[in-house]
Ligand binder design. Structure first.
Ligand code: AKG
Length: 426
């Protein structure tokens, strides 16, 4: 796909193209078209002072309070900073008819089932980059425990949750409504994110994260999420094999090898109920900058995908994981497979939870499609995106740009303008 070929939800909704302005280069302070993603949010004051529920009041340094489920649920009307523009709130009428891919045959080595699975994946990734999987082999008890520990964490008092507070410039830790990074269009949610990778010494990095931020009381939580991430990585690598098959790549292990030593991110999402859900979004419209996302959602519903110029609801399916392609994989497929544009709505009465595993390559690995995809699909313009590293795209979305439906084309423009030596169009 060409740089600006993506159909945007706004162009569908209001008839003009979306986010085509080039981002401000990191070292270009004169450019103001893209405010830095880390622009400090102004301090909020919700009705002067707010009880924290722990015998203390917060007088205006409301960011941390605004970050809490406690405050979000108490508000009778939605604070301005949570209100999204109309064009982002256009309602989904129809359900997405995404394929449900049963992985069990492929995992057993059945060639026919493998081809069937690869075909379904191909169709959906060419169209919108989204499908669901069953027969994945993940123990349902592990999924249940992951939810139990998610509940345990988000029900903690704010002061406890803030012990794991996300620090500026990092992408792990506890964050409420991302109010530490942004000051408008805030998502109606709290998140807890942590990194997952497998170091040479096999150190359990997730367990370490929980013990070091929240103390030994969270050892069991750390163990559960360590296991959960290991299970997710296994599923993600299996899907990577199917991706290679579905793209007709001779070396079926190509992507699997590429991601083997990767550095992933796990995020627990907690969406409190909202008294005016029609004005807010739990997660705004965006494509994941990452490579492959494996998401488990509870049965409440709220996830939506943009396909055929419309937002479409995704029906939660018991026992299934949702899978979507992210920007980095779109680049790895030379633009052939679509990075999935999605968002999440919130509910008036019910809380909603999801567990999201984002698979990425090792941070310094060069993201470049296999030669076969370059020569077979694009004729005169052999490369759709220049070489980049996951670390560069991650920095772009942490420091210069808020992920949306045009992150990849804008990142590409930024990369080409700020680092011309990086171009490798062969
Ligand atoms: O909770 C969901 O359904 C979507 C979550 C999501 O898009 C994200 O965490 O980036």
């Amino acid at each position: 796909m060409g740089l600006d070929a993506r159909v945007s939800p706004r162009s569908a909704a209001v008839g003009h193209s979306y986010a085509t302005a080039p981002p401000a280069a990191a070292d270009d302070p004169s450019s103001s078209s893209f405010p830095p993603a880390e622009a400090p949010a102004p301090a909020f004051s919700l009705h002067g002072s707010v009880e924290t529920g722990e015998g203390q009041k917060d007088y205006g340094a409301g960011n941390s309070l605004l970050q809490s489920q406690f405050v979000l649920q108490k508000e009778s009307s939605v604070p301005m900073c949570f209100i999204w523009p109309k064009e982002d709130l256009v309602k989904a009428i129809e359900e997405l008819r995404e394929p449900v891919v049963d992985l069990s045959g492929f995992l057993k080595g059945d060639l026919v089932a493998t081809q069937d699975a690869a075909m379904l994946i191909r169709e959906s990734c060419l169209k919108h980059g989204f499908f669901q999987i069953t027969g994945h082999g993940v123990d349902p008890r592990l999924i249940r425990m992951a939810y139990d520990h998610l509940d345990r964490f988000f029900k903690l008092p704010v002061s406890m949750k803030l012990r794991a507070k996300r620090m500026p410039g990092t992408n792990w830790g506890y964050s409420g409504a991302h109010a530490d990074r942004f000051s408008s269009k805030l998502p109606w949610k709290e998140t807890l994110s942590f990194r997952f990778y497998e170091p040479d010494d096999s150190h359990p990095v997730v367990l370490d994260f929980f013990k070091s931020t929240l103390g030994m009381d969270f050892e069991e939580t750390g163990l559960v999420y360590q296991k959960y991430c290991e299970a997710m990585k296994e599923v993600a690598l299996a899907i990577m094999e199917l991706m290679a098959i579905s793209l007709g790549i001779h070396d079926q292990q190509h992507y699997k090898h590429f991601f083997q030593d990767g550095s992933s991110i796990m995020r627990c999402n907690y969406y409190p109920p909202c008294k005016e859900p029609e004005y807010v979004l739990g997660t705004g419209p965006h494509c994941d900058p990452t490579s492959l996302t494996i998401l488990h959602q509870d049965q409440v519903g709220g996830l939506e995908v943009f396909s055929d110029n419309k937002w479409r609801t995704v029906r939660p399916r018991q026992g299934a994981f949702v899978v979507n392609i992210g920007d980095t994989f779109m680049a790895l497929s030379n633009g052939k497979y679509k990075s999935c544009l999605h968002r999440a709505l919130v509910n008036r009465d019910k809380e909603r939870r999801s567990l999201t595993f984002f698979m990425n390559p090792r941070e310094d690995k060069v993201v470049r499609p296999p030669e076969y995809l370059v020569s077979s699909c694009t004729g005169d313009a052999p490369r759709t995106y220049p070489d980049f590293t996951w670390s560069e795209l991650l920095q772009f979305t942490q420091k210069h740009y808020r992920a949306d439906d045009a992150t990849l084309p804008n990142f590409t423009k930024w990369l080409l303008s700020s680092k011309p030596a990086n171009v490798n169009n062969n």
